[in-house]
Design a protein around this ligand. Sequence first.
Ligand code: ADP
Length: 334
Amino acid sequence: MNKKKELVMSGIRPTGFLHLGNYFGAVRNYVRMQEEYECYFMVADLHSLTTHPDTKELKTNVHRVLSENIACGLDPDKVALYCQSHIYETSELYLYLNMLAYQGELEKTTTFKDKVRQQPDNVNAGLLTYPVLQTADIILHRAKYVPVGKDQEQHLEMARNFVKRFNYRYGEVFPEPIAFNFGEELIKVPSLDGAGKMSKSENQYATLYLSDDDDLIRKKVMKAKTDSGPAEKNSQKPDYIENIFLLMKLVSTSDTINKFEDDFNNCTIRYGDMKKQLAEDMVQFIAPIRQKADAIRNDEKYLKEVMEKGAEKARKSARATMELVREAIGLNYY
Ligand code: ADP
C-alpha cells in the first residue's frame, strides 16, 4: 500500500516580479518537495488586495507568478498550483478563524506594523487579519509543512496559535503547521544595498528579479555597497560585505567562494572583481529561468488549464476539510 504523503502548502502574492528572495526562500523548496509530498501552492491574489487595491495589473501579475514558478521547475501535474480566489472555502474558514484571533496579537504583528508605516492612508482590516487569512490558506488542506522565507516565521507562529485554539475549543481537526526549510534555518536574501530584504514591491534597484535582463543584473550587482577592503587580516565582515558573500553562496561554486573568502582574510580582496564574478554567476542562474518564463507567460491557454487543474485539486481537499470544520464547530442542525 502507498504510504500517505505528508501535506505541504505555501503561496506567493502576485504583487510584481518574482525575485531571488522568493526563489531561495520559497520556490526552490517547492520544487524540491514536489516529488515526496502532497503539495498545494497558490498565487495569493486575495492577500495582494490588502496592499494593492488597484487590480489593473492583477491578471498580468497572476500569469507572471504562475509562469515563473513553472519556469523554476514546478510541475503542475505533480502539485496543485492554483489561485487563492478560486477556492471559496478559504473565505469561510477565514471567517471562523477570525473569531479566534484577538485584536491585541494582530496589532503586535511585525508585518502589520511595517505596513501601517508604509501605507498610513489604507490601514484596512484585511491588513490586520492577514495572518488569519494565511492560516486559513494553510490549514484548509490540513498542511503540516510550509516552505517560506525567514520573514514569515512570526506568521507561522501565529498560525500555530490559532490552530491550538481551534483544536482546544472544537476538537483536534488540524495539525500545527511549521515553517520548513529541510531542517535548516529559514532564509533571508538581503537586498543589494544592505538595507532589509529583497522584495517584490520595495527597493526595486536593490532587488534581483528573475525577469531582469543580463545587463540590468550586472548594473545592479556592480552598484552593491562595498568599501576599500579590510585593514586587518581575518577581520569581521561588515553587514553589507557579508551580504555579498551570502548572495555568492547562492549562485557561485565553492571554489569561487573560497577564493574570495581567502582574499578577504588576507586583505587582498578586490570587491570590483568579486562583484563582476557575482554578476556573471547571477546572469548564468537567472537567464534560463527568465527565458522559460517568457515563453510560458505568452501561452494563456496553457495557464488557464494549469489554474483549472490546480483549483480542482485544491477544492477537493478544501471541501473535505470544511466538512470536518463545520461538524466540529457544531454547525450541523439536521
Ligand atoms: P514579497 O515580500 O517579495 O512580496 P511574498 O510576501 O509574496 O514576497 O512572499 C513569498 C515567499 O517568498 C514567502 O515564502 C517569503 O518568505 C519569501 N520571501 C520573500 N522575500 C524574501 C527574501 N528576501 N528572502 C527569503 N525569502 C523571501
